[in-house]
Design a binder for this molecule. Structure first.
Ligand SMILES: NC(=O)c1ccc[n+]([C@@H]2O[C@H](COP(=O)([O-])OP(=O)(O)OC[C@H]3O[C@@H](n4cnc5c(N)ncnc54)[C@H](O)[C@@H]3O)[C@@H](O)[C@H]2O)c1
Length: 359
């Protein structure tokens, strides 16, 4: 077994890769009382494994939320604050967010606001949270059908990422995480783009190195720009159109995963990149082909475009009514704050819907 990647930034400690759980176990001994937040699937598939890997962990209480995006709500935040209160958690206690992006988002938000802030550690158990959601200090809940409408930037004390958890992950969540891995490759890591190659996520056999590489990409960015004032914005590639699509489906009775929305968003935004940045059309073709290997096209039609545009106008990334995008200049290189006219965005959605060729 390889050793995990270890990084201590003075404010956050990262342990990433096979063996991370065992290697980091000593971290928990700093806390006298520990609470574990998880969802029902994580309790079933990951809790025993976690507890066995950290012998001697003094857990004072377990807090459970239902699985799924609908748990990222104010009602579940109240449940978590109430449980912490009932269980007697103090500011010197530790909350462990054991789970996917839903758990780390709402858990970080609740820990960051409970008694004006209690420490927390993220132990991500989905591909998406291992390479993305658990890293970078963005926490929050959905509100009024809008994704991540209420939240705060706050760092976890540590992120402990062990691929061992992923053995029980359902295929749709491998797929969802793969969208963000692909994004990291496209915006900043051409070598990763090569490693991923022309294959679907189902054909990847060796994940450890991909997870380490992709998580390091995100760490590199957020270390430079935690508050998303400049370079961090490139992580939003695929997410302006993608978030609108995700919110659109969140309102329907057929919600989709975050990754499915981002995959569709990346196709649209790659096309926009070819029209106002210098990305070549053959690169758009390559990106589209590769994304299509892993993701089926979503059921969106011309009549959905006005609603998607309206949802985009409510996006936190839209300033003074201007649509500012993070786009690709070339494979492995992104730029941010590019103003895009609404008509071009609408056309990019048509490009996606009609499965057109970039020319
Ligand atoms: N904060 C950020 O920077 C950031 C970045 C990207 C995404 N996100 C957020 O992350 C969320 C999506 O994250 P996600 O895809 O991890 O979703 P998730 O947390 O809902 O997990 C997906 C599913 O997998 C289950 N699960 C978790 N670990 C498992 C395991 N090891 N084995 C079996 N099942 C397991 C969960 O119960 C759930 O049903 C979204 O809310 C998104 O907005 C946040």
């Amino acid at each position: 077994m390889n050793s995990p990647f270890v990084l201590d930034t003075k404010t956050i400690q990262y342990y990433i890769g096979n063996g991370a759980l065992e290697k980091s176990a000593k971290l928990f001994s700093d806390y006298s009382s520990v609470y574990v937040l998880m969802d029902e699937n994580v309790e079933k598939y990951c809790l025993d494994l976690f507890l066995k890997s950290v012998p001697g962990l003094k857990v004072r209480g377990f807090i459970k939320i239902p699985a799924g995006e609908s748990s990222k709500s104010i009602e579940h935040a109240v449940h978590i604050w109430q449980s912490l209160t009932n269980l007697g958690a103090g500011r010197d206690s530790l909350l462990i967010n054991l789970g996917g992006g839903v758990v780390s988002d709402i858990g970080g938000f609740c820990a960051g606001t409970y008694k004006r802030g209690m420490p927390f550690i993220n132990v991500p158990t989905t591909l998406l949270s291992q390479i993305d959601a658990a890293i970078g200090g963005k926490t929050g809940i959905d509100f009024d059908s809008l994704k991540n409408q209420v939240g705060l930037f706050i760092d976890s004390k540590a992120v402990i990422t062990d691929p061992v958890f992923l053995k029980t992950l359902k295929p749709e969540y491998w797929q969802s995480g793969f969208a963000e891995v692909t994004k990291h490759a496209l915006i900043m890591d051409r070598e990763l783009w090569k490693i991923l190659g022309h294959r679907s996520y189902k054909e990847v056999e060796e994940w450890n190195d991909i997870i380490i590489r992709s998580a390091k990409d995100k760490i590199d960015i957020v270390r430079y720009d935690k508050g998303e004032r400049n370079v961090r914005k490139i992580l939003n590639f695929g997410h302006t159109v993608g978030h609108a699509i995700e919110s659109h489906f969140l309102k329907s009775d057929k919600p989709i995963t975050h990754g499915q929305a981002v995959a569709a968003g990346m196709i649209c935004e790659a096309w926009i990149s070819a029209h106002i940045e210098q990305l070549e059309c053959n690169n758009v073709g390559e990106i589209t082909e590769r994304i299509d290997l892993s993701f089926q096209r979503l059921n969106i039609s011309e009549k959905d475009i006005p609603e998607l545009m309206q949802l985009m106008r409510q996006d936190k990334k839209i300033r003074n009514g201007e649509f500012k995008f993070s786009l690709l200049r070339r494979l492995g290189k992104a730029v941010h704050d590019v103003v895009v006219e609404p008509e071009l965005i609408e056309d990019s959605i048509r490009f996606y819907i009609n499965n057109k060729k970039c020319e």
